[in-house]
Write a protein that binds this ligand. Structure first.
Ligand code: FA5
Length: 342
């Protein structure tokens, strides 16, 4: 092993390092030459085999070669790290002058907005929300509500039947008996919201599917004045503090007495206009004292308990609140219509 071999090795190793194209080639070069089992270290092992007078000079020469290669490697390694970083940053370049992309904001459907307000009003009066099935038994939708088979009042609600005993609920009153049976005497103060279905012609005021919110309050001391108080507070919360309501006698098989509840016309303030057909009043909902038969079907002793119940159509309320003329807009999903309510 001579000085000349050492020089030749050094130059070849430097050439090899310069032609290493990327980080992994540089790492491989390091393992081949400078690691403990690398070629440069093998020269050190040769030193002991030389005649004693040559050892020192050759040892120094080997050390210089190893140091020289290590320095060149360190530089090359730093360069390759810097190049990799520069390449990564180039890929992440952000053009801060680009105009931002327009985001299209969504919003709550007007029905959802009003439904949530209705929940808030009744939650504030101590009611809780009770949900009941859309696909319902004839028993809960009609029979338990004092409408046995062939009762003429069934014709008031054109019904989608699934089979003889199963139907799509025509009103949220179908949940009344379920709530009474589930919650037990003394604790029924619930609203029952949700979609109802009727096999009706679709017009500007009627849909085949629409939302109702039912209210039901049962207890030993419940009376008609509670109904009036709850509904007056509700009307004022939704339609303004100076709202008035009016109760008119009506008929539902599941309430006795039954009433229709009107609010003062929101357009003319009661003067009379086309919207209220010059009566000064707009129909809001149906209500009454729960019929004793219905209380008994719900598991209550009708001699000791009374109940108030009401049921409102949410679409009609939203029509009134926003002056919308056509109920069909709600399910058409026209974003131009919906954008008005963001
Ligand atoms: C009922 O459904 C009774 N269950 C309400 C009730 C509950 C009375 C508790 C007494 C005690 P009615 O069929 O009138 O009643 O419907 C109530 C409301 O639902 C209507 O005032 C109306 O706002 C809404 N509604 C009824 N049919 C439709 C329809 N096809 N499209 C949109 N809304 C409707």
């Amino acid at each position: 092993m001579s000085q000349a071999d050492l020089d030749a090795y050094r130059l070849a190793a430097i050439d090899e390092l310069e032609s290493a194209a990327d980080k992994s080639a540089i790492d491989a070069w390091y393992r081949k030459h400078l690691s403990s089992s690398g070629q440069a270290n093998q020269f050190k092992r040769q030193i002991g085999k030389l005649p004693p007078e040559e050892r020192r000079g050759f040892g120094q020469a080997v050390n210089e070669v190893v140091k020289n290669l290590q320095d060149i490697y360190d530089n090359r390694h730093k360069e390759s790290e810097a190049a990799a970083l520069a390449q990564r940053l180039a890929g992440e370049k952000v053009d801060v002058t680009l105009p931002s992309r327009q985001r299209r904001r969504g919003g709550l459907h007007p029905l959802t907005q009003t439904l949530r307000e209705i929940y808030q009003v009744f939650l504030g009066m101590g009611f809780t929300v009770y949900e009941s099935p859309h696909v319902e038994l004839d028993y809960f939708n009609f029979e338990a509500l004092n409408m046995p088979p062939h009762h003429p009042a069934r014709d008031m609600q054109d019904t989608f039947y699934v089979n003889e005993s199963v139907l799509l609920r025509t009103h949220t009153s179908a949940g009344q008996i379920r709530a009474m049976q589930k919650l037990g005497p003394g604790s029924v103060r619930v609203i029952l919201p949700g979609l109802c279905y009727r096999n009706e012609d679709v017009t500007t005021r009627s849909e085949m599917q629409f939302h109702q919110v039912e209210g039901l309050l049962v207890g030993p001391d419940v009376r008609m004045s509670d109904l009036k108080g709850v509904l007056l507070q509700f009307a004022r919360a939704l339609f303004g503090e100076d709202q008035a309501i009016r109760l008119r006698g009506s008929y539902f098989p599941f309430t006795e007495p039954s009433v229709e509840v009107d609010i003062r016309c929101t357009l003319c303030g009661g003067e009379g206009c086309r919207m209220c057909k010059y009566t000064g009043w707009l129909e809001l909902l149906g209500a009454g004292l729960v019929h004793p038969t219905v209380l008994e079907n719900g598991g209550y002793d009708a001699t000791k308990n009374r109940g108030i119940a009401f049921g409102m159509g949410v679409e009609r309320i939203v029509l009134l609140r926003h002056g919308i003329k056509d109920i069909r807009q709600f399910f058409r999903n026209d974003s131009r219509f919906l954008a008005n309510f963001r």
